[in-house]
Design a protein around this ligand. Structure first.
Ligand code: ATP
Length: 583
């Protein structure tokens, strides 16, 4: 197959956005592609030469690529750099240079996909001294035979800038239509993809062995399995409803998820995004090699950074110190880790992903020899909601993010985010993390036990800019009986007959006060509300920011009304909370 056919496809695909048209074009390309190179074509479409997890790079930057172009076309690198500055796109520089080439080759060989791929592969595998010169020479040899258009796309592939935007799922659709004759088989093909995370491999099996081969496709240690993910809920009750009765609740460690493949004495580690992270964690590799009693396994867990002095957990960002290419031994000493295993997917030739979690966990317990660095995730098995809530608080206290609740009968669903795992994070449960100090500006009469006092207070934040008070919520809970009894005594001396001129309220209170008394309030979250006036219209026209489920904490007699939390601060808190939810 000529490289020009692939390049024509690239050109065409760049101009279309409709998914169905992209699928059609992929199908006609796959139909033309010989079986032996279908995997290579699939990689090249993604602008790569290997699946992501391989972790092998070409090792050619902009400078070396310009050198290769210069050698091939006899144009000075200085001039090429100038062109790059004005074009801003190195692919276009290559195209331009190929058109203006000064060196005319007498026997120009048309490029084939096979040759391009094999040369790029050679470039990736060239290491050691003088490797740069060899890489440039190899790339140059391709430029010599390339047409201007081919030179452009070749450059983009080399520099990882192809970005055609063809999604993995679109490629799977096209593979289904081409080799299984119907998109209806997409799911079965996707299952194989989830087991190997390698679209090239899936294409090769489909092209050579058909749907039968795909159905029989098995986990192969060394190829990462696409990870199972969790759904999220707001509280334990909601999770319990989704999961049924007895569940496994586990600490949700705030670290880096990994999948370890142990093949005899060789261990590979893959990240959540399936990058090869083996080199970053030689200590984790050692722990897994020595403490898992099985010849071949695939296990999953979380790597957590710990404080070397106290052994306490540190936030996940600390692990960034391990993301380096050099001096990893120093980083290993300075930034120690613990690992917590929570799943097993494969053991000695047998896939375990279809077994219920209850059984997988048991197998994990049997084969892992725990020590003070390698442990299993802390877990309770229960149907008692209160116990789960207590466990949640315990997890938070130890620096975890919350809990992951797991269906004990659930299998491992590679690549899926379903209700078999449910995460419960502290930021969802108590989005309003800090209390605020608010000024009492009005009150509502109480009923029943509170008939002689007030049932709820209207409270406001301070708008420093305008020097006014803007209402945020009505607080009716959190008071003890004694607090309620004292309310008239504390507030009535500030009673006025209408809303204070410096109070901006859209609510009609039963009683109004001068803005004097400050109370501390915490709520569950900040939301938009049409009836409250804090930051009115700042986030959304016709709405202010309000506190949901506010609770009185205590009086702040030490504070003046102008010392209350400002509306600006509440707006900041609101924005921070939004970020957390989006995250
Ligand atoms: P998050 O930011 O919440 O980690 P995510 O999209 O990366 O989100 P999810 O699958 O939604 O991941 O949430 C589960 C994540 O929690 C896992 O990817 C893993 O990194 C982490 N985790 C920590 N402890 C556990 C545990 N005991 N069991 C499963 N996952 C755990």
């Amino acid at each position: 197959m000529l490289f020009s056919e692939l390049v024509n496809f690239f050109e065409k695909i760049e101009r279309i956005t409709a998914r169905s048209t992209i699928v059609d074009s992929l199908v006609s390309l796959f139909r033309k592609t010989p079986k032996e190179i279908i995997d290579k074509v699939v990689y090249l479409i993604q602008g790569e030469i290997y699946p992501d997890y391989y972790g092998l790079e070409l090792g050619l930057g902009e400078k070396l690529t310009l050198r290769a172009i210069s050698n091939a076309y006899g144009i000075d690198t200085y001039e090429l750099e100038k062109l790059l500055k004005s074009f801003g796109d190195i692919g276009k520089v290559a195209e331009y240079a190929a058109k203006r080439r000064k060196q005319i080759t007498l026997f120009k060989q048309p490029l084939t996909v096979k040759r391009v791929y094999e040369t790029l592969e050679k470039i990736a595998r060239t290491t050691g001294e003088k490797s740069q010169d060899t890489k440039v020479r190899l790339l140059s040899s391709l430029y010599v035979d390339a047409s201007p258009k081919e030179a452009k796309y070749l450059t983009r592939i080399v520099l990882g800038e192809l970005r055609l935007g063809v999604a993995e799922m679109t490629i799977l659709d096209a593979l289904a239509i081409t080799f299984a004759k119907s998109i209806g088989y997409r799911e079965e093909i996707e299952r194989a993809y989830n087991l190997c995370s390698d679209l090239g491999e899936v294409a090769k099996v489909l092209a050579n062995e058909g749907l039968e081969g795909i159905r029989k496709y098995k986990i192969k240690p060394g190829r990462p399995i696409r990870m199972m993910l969790a759904q999220r809920v707001e509280n334990v009750r909601e999770a319990a409803l989704k999961l049924g009765k007895e569940i496994a609740a586990e600490w949700k460690y705030d670290g880096e998820r990994f999948q370890a493949h142990k093949m005899d004495s060789k261990v590979l580690l893959f990240s959540r995004r399936l990058e090869n992270i083996t080199n970053q964690y030689p200590d984790a590799v050692e722990l897994i090699r020595k403490n898992i009693k099985a010849r071949e396994v695939i296990v999953e867990g979380e790597i957590v950074a710990i404080n070397p002095d106290t052994g306490e957990f540190l936030p996940f960002q600390e692990l960034m110190h391990r993301r380096r290419k050099h001096d990893i031994e120093i980083a290993v000493k300075k930034y120690p880790i613990n690992i917590f295993l929570f799943d097993i997917l494969y053991k000695d030739g047998e896939s375990l992903i279809d077994k219920p979690y209850r059984e997988r966990r048991k197998i994990l317990e049997e084969i892992v020899e725990v020590n003070d660095k390698l442990m299993l995730s802390k877990q309770i098995v229960t149907s008692d909601l209160e116990e789960i809530e207590k466990f949640f608080l315990e997890a938070i206290e130890h620096g975890c993010e919350g809990l992951v609740l797991k269906d004990l009968e659930g299998n491992y669903r590679a690549g899926a985010r379903e209700w078999l795992w449910i995460k419960l994070k502290k930021s969802y449960q108590s989005k309003m993390v800090e209390p605020v100090d608010l000024v009492v500006v009005g009150a509502f009469y109480g009923k029943g036990k509170r008939a002689k006092s007030y049932g709820a207070l209207l409270v406001a934040s301070y708008n420093r800019e305008k020097d006014i008070f803007e209402t945020v919520c009505k607080v009716g809970s959190g008071f003890t009986d004694a607090d309620i009894e004292r309310l008239p005594e504390i507030l009535d001396k500030y009673k006025i007959d209408r809303c204070h001129p410096r109070v901006f309220s859209k609510m009609e209170a039963d009683v109004w006060f001068e803005p004097k008394v400050v109370i501390e309030v915490i709520g569950d979250e900040l939301t938009l509300s049409p009836v409250h006036t804090c930051c009115y219209g700042k986030v959304q026209a016709g709405s202010g920011i309000a506190i949901r489920f506010p609770r009185f904490l205590r009086y702040r007699f030490d504070k003046d009304a102008r010392d209350a939390t400002t509306s600006e601060e509440i707006l900041e808190m609101y924005k921070r909370q939004l970020k957390r939810i989006e995250h």
